[in-house]
Design a protein around this ligand. Structure first.
Ligand code: SF4
Ligand code: SF4
Length: 199
């Protein structure tokens, strides 16, 4: 994917805070990539990290905005997805992300060493294809997911409160339901988001 494909794609004012967050994350990731790119094997067509995930409603809204503008033939009809296929991301096609400019936040950190806390202990995880030739992993290359997640939770809560009057579901949304909803609703026209009873 070319750099210009990273240009902002989200324009609805309800998504401004989210948009600013992903711009910051992208800038941070690009800095790590610039410094440690030779230790990373991420490339077009490599997609083992693209699993079927769920996203926050504000992320779903941003993705729906983008998906709704795509020609419908680009994405398979969501009804064609079955439980077996859903181990991999339904937005993956021939090794490429169909919504790369609008991919959710966690996908923007794919491939980088990620710091999380498990049972009160810090844990750094990384794709086994990356940072193999260096030990320990340099701290400047590590992305601390906790503050990112906190910001995303806050932005999501504000989005739900200010733009939906808390009428949208608060639970995380599976990507296949994001696609279903993008096809069946325009969020700007109906204010609807996908949830279990919506398909
Ligand atoms: S949204 Fe795109 S980058 Fe994220 S898992 Fe799916 S195909 Fe991969
Ligand atoms: S994180 Fe791993 S699987 Fe994903 S693109 Fe990078 S090298 Fe490939």
């Amino acid at each position: 994917m070319k750099d210009e494909d990273l240009s902002p794609v989200i324009c609805h004012p309800s998504l401004n805070n989210y948009h600013r967050l992903i711009e910051r994350v992208d800038r941070h990731c690009q800095g790590i990539q610039k410094q440690f790119g030779e230790l990373m094997d991420c490339r077009k067509g490599c997609c083992a990290c693209c699993r079927h995930i769920s996203v926050f409603p504000v992320e779903a809204a941003a993705m729906m905005d983008y998906i709704a503008k795509l020609p419908k033939k680009i994405l398979a009809c969501p009804d064609q997805y079955d439980e077996i296929r859903l181990t991999e991301c339904p937005l993956l096609s021939e090794g490429e992300c169909l919504i790369y400019p609008a991919r959710p936040l966690i996908c923007r950190t794919h491939g980088f060493p990620l710091l999380t806390v498990e049972s009160d202990m810090p844990v750094i995880s990384c794709c086994p294809q990356n940072f193999q030739k260096i030990s320990p992993i340099p701290s400047q290359a590590v992305i601390d997911l906790e503050p990112l997640n906190r910001m995303l939770v806050a932005i999501n809560a504000l989005f739900l409160k200010e733009w939906t009057q808390n009428s949208w579901p608060t639970a995380r949304i599976q990507l296949v339901d994001v696609i279903r909803s993008a096809y069946s609703n325009s969020i700007h026209e109906t204010g609807k988001l996908p949830h279990d009873g919506d398909h």
